[in-house]
Design a protein around this ligand. Structure first.
Ligand code: NAD
Ligand code: MG
Length: 390
């Protein structure tokens, strides 16, 4: 039996992971499930899957979680330290699907106990890629990508000589506003930004898809995880979201990964790796899809892509600054304090202010230093929001 933990079990990726595991319960031994405010979901999944422990991120919800688990075999716990403790419990495979940099410390804890970390939480790679990779190496642990584009690249590289790779192309749907006139973007509402044309995902990543911050994070993620040089990573708009990524080789060949927009593909690949097993995903009918379109993204519409290149050029803790400023700008947009188009202006300002500081010039940061930089960048993003506040 494979011992499995799911961090962020109540979210979109967490629920898709539970869907796969729940189809073959005899094959898995559930160690820990974690969630946030949705205690009913967390408790019912923990009971059904007989998890050893269920953890909510919020300490004030511990009595409610205890009540919901009364009479079951599952232990209840709450708070950030309990999340880390749960992630550190021996397991073979841990899904990292908390949203935001909050997933970093639990992800590191999972690697420290030697688990294979299935990484959906791209923010932790952007904020602390080298720290994650170093921790994995030090503990003989492995990271498998779950972001669909990175899973696609990973699959296209199987059996290939990495030194023969000359380019990678990450595709982007273009999000909710890809066909809006530029002038209208400043007026975009939270509700409008929260609906994705092709993928059904959590609210934050859906808004990040509309602003292209999601793709910016993914470009940095590819740089950190695979070690591709910034100028080897291209982004193409592909409105159908069927080709997830392409890998180009020195002989000119391009290997594309094609599949329906269903995250159970990438999650299942990481769950079954190094094998392939059937997944409950409908076969793709390319004749019905008909046309696959590709076009270059317009960087005036998507300034986040330019910022991603700046982050890779700066190195050090620029990724932690970028991610924290982006998370905070997104909080302010969701709260109605900031225009959609001002999120990138805030991130740009914070990055310009902090990325060149001596603290940020550290290529082997500790978790404490990442947390310090994250804190500074959030504070700076609040100040940059103040001058633009609606
Ligand atoms: P979601 O909002 O649906 O779920 C997030 C999960 O994290 C929930 O379980 C929530 O309770 C938990 N959480 C939120 N804040 C937390 C905190 N401060 N501490 C601890 N737990 C917290 O998000 P999602 O769409 O499932 O995305 C999860 C991660 O996977 C993100 O990093 C996202 O970028 C990445 N990802 C998602 C998709 C997708 O299709 N949804 C695709 C690729 C990558
Ligand atoms: Mg993705």
């Amino acid at each position: 039996m494979k011992r499995v933990s799911i961090l962020g079990a109540t979210g979109s990726i967490g629920q898709s992971t539970i869907d796969l595991i729940g189809r073959d319960p005899a094959a898995y031994d559930l160690v820990a499930l974690t969630g946030g405010r949705n205690i009913a979901q967390l408790a019912s999944d923990a009971r059904r899957l007989r998890a050893d422990i269920a953890v909510t991120a919020h300490e004030d919800l511990l009595p409610e979680l205890r009540g919901a688990l009364a009479g079951s075999a599952t232990e209840a716990a709450a708070g950030p330290a309990a999340l880390v403790e749960a992630a550190h419990r021996p397991a073979d495979w841990v899904m990292s699907a908390i949203v935001g940099v909050a997933g970093l410390a639990p992800g590191l804890a999972a690697l420290q106990q030697g688990a294979t970390l299935a990484l959906a939480n791209k923010e932790s790679l952007v904020a602390a890629g080298q720290l994650l990779l170093r921790t994995a190496r030090a503990h003989g642990a492995r990271i498998l990508p779950v972001d669909s584009e990175h899973s696609a690249i990973f699959q296209a590289l199987v059996g290939e000589d990495a030194s023969a790779v000359t380019r990678v192309v990450i595709t982007a749907s273009g999000g909710a506003f890809r066909d809006w006139p530029l002038a209208r973007l400043a007026q975009a509402t939270v509700a409008e930004a929260s609906s994705h044309p092709n993928w059904d995902m959590g609210q934050r990543i859906t808004i990040d898809s509309a602003s292209m911050f999601n793709k910016a994070l993914e470009v940095i993620e590819a740089h950190e995880f695979f070690g591709f040089a910034p100028d080897q990573i291209e982004v193409l708009l592909h409105p159908q979201s069927l080709v997830h990524a392409l890998v180009g080789f020195c002989d000119g060949a391009l290997m594309a990964h094609v599949g329906p927009p269903d995250m159970r593909h990438a999650i299942g690949y990481a769950l079954n790796w190094p094998h392939r097993r059937p997944l409950p995903v409908p076969a793709l009918d390319l004749a019905a899809a008909g046309v696959l379109e590709f076009r270059a993204p317009d960087e005036t519409r998507y300034p986040a892509l330019r910022l991603a290149r700046e982050v890779m050029g700066e190195g050090g803790l620029a990724g932690a600054i970028f991610n924290a400023a982006k998370e905070r700008a997104l909080d302010h947009f969701i709260a109605g304090h900031l225009r959609f188009t001002d999120m990138s202006a805030v991130v740009d300002e914070v990055l310009s202010d902090l990325a060149a500081t001596s603290d940020a010039r550290n290529d082997a940061p500790t978790l404490d230093l990442v947390a310090h930089m994250d804190h500074l960048a959030r504070h700076r993003a609040d100040m940059a929001t103040e001058t633009r506040k609606l």
